[in-house]
Design a protein around this ligand. Structure first.
Ligand SMILES: CC(C)(COP(=O)(O)OP(=O)(O)OC[C@H]1O[C@@H](n2cnc3c(N)ncnc32)[C@H](O)[C@@H]1OP(=O)(O)O)[C@@H](O)C(=O)NCCC(=O)NCCS
Length: 208
């Protein structure tokens, strides 16, 4: 029986594997970028490195086959990402041209993601006072649709609430209609950022 437990360092490769296999709007992103570590380096690695107490995995008895990762305090996470995570990956990804002078539109899918890596402040938005926590959840396909997603979300809610967060938000690609249906079914509601945002992304959240 698969069960939820806290993340440990030995889970890192399995967590990276789950991330890349679900990183294309819920589908498999292996081969989409020059390195299969690119998406996990943005959406998994910084969470387990900077916020290990808020990382939980679904273990099938052999390995991690799913996870929920996040932070109770997005603003503090953004600072830590810049101070500790970007230097840790130094040399892995070239600084985008726009970071060195006038902004330049990203030339490739890799450049687009690398630009996000070098701009963690993109995570700061008008809803953070009410919804300071945020999370990412992914399960390998054989473990989807069996109630594990709901259980992982509840595990994260409890940890973030214990840490004092009054609310949690997440962003999801508008194309990932299945995940949006899941979040809405769980009672997360649409949040509209005050600032002009990225139209491909939907913000959802709830009180804790
Ligand atoms: C999205 C995801 C995390 C959901 O987890 P899951 O384990 O498949 O979902 P669960 O089985 O726990 O579903 C929980 C509830 O949501 C409902 N639900 C699931 N998907 C739904 C949908 N698209 N629309 C409406 N309800 C949905 C289930 O019926 C279930 O209802 P119940 O508990 O009231 O009986 C999982 O499918 C996944 O990892 N997908 C690929 C990666 C991904 O897209 N991650 C999100 C990126 S933002």
């Amino acid at each position: 029986m698969a069960h939820i437990r806290p993340y440990r360092e030995a889970d890192l490769r399995a967590v990276y594997d789950v991330c890349v296999r679900t990183a294309d709007a819920g589908g498999d992103a292996r081969g989409k970028y020059r390195s299969d570590d690119l998406m996990p380096d943005l959406f998994a690695g910084p969470y387990v490195f900077l916020e290990p107490d808020f990382a939980f995995v679904l273990d099938d008895g052999q390995r991690a086959v799913g996870y929920v990762l996040g932070t109770p305090d997005t603003a503090a996470f953004v600072r830590a990402y810049r101070e500790r995570w970007i230097p840790r990956l130094s040399g892995c990804y070239p600084l985008p041209p726009g970071n060195q002078g006038a902004p330049v539109p990203p030339a490739s899918p890799d450049d687009e993601m690398i630009a996000l890596h070098y701009r963690p402040e993109r995570l700061l938005w008008s809803g953070l006072d009410a919804y300071p926590a945020h999370l990412h959840i992914d399960l390998l396909p054989p473990f989807q649709g069996a109630g594990h997603g709901r259980a992982l979300m509840e595990t994260f809610y409890a940890a973030a609430a214990r840490a004092g967060a009054p609310g949690v938000h997440l962003t999801v690609l508008a194309a990932n209609t299945r995940a949006i249906g899941f979040y809405r079914h769980l009672g997360l509601r649409r949040l509209d950022p005050a600032e002009p945002g990225e139209s491909r992304v939907v913000y959802l959240g709830r009180e804790l």
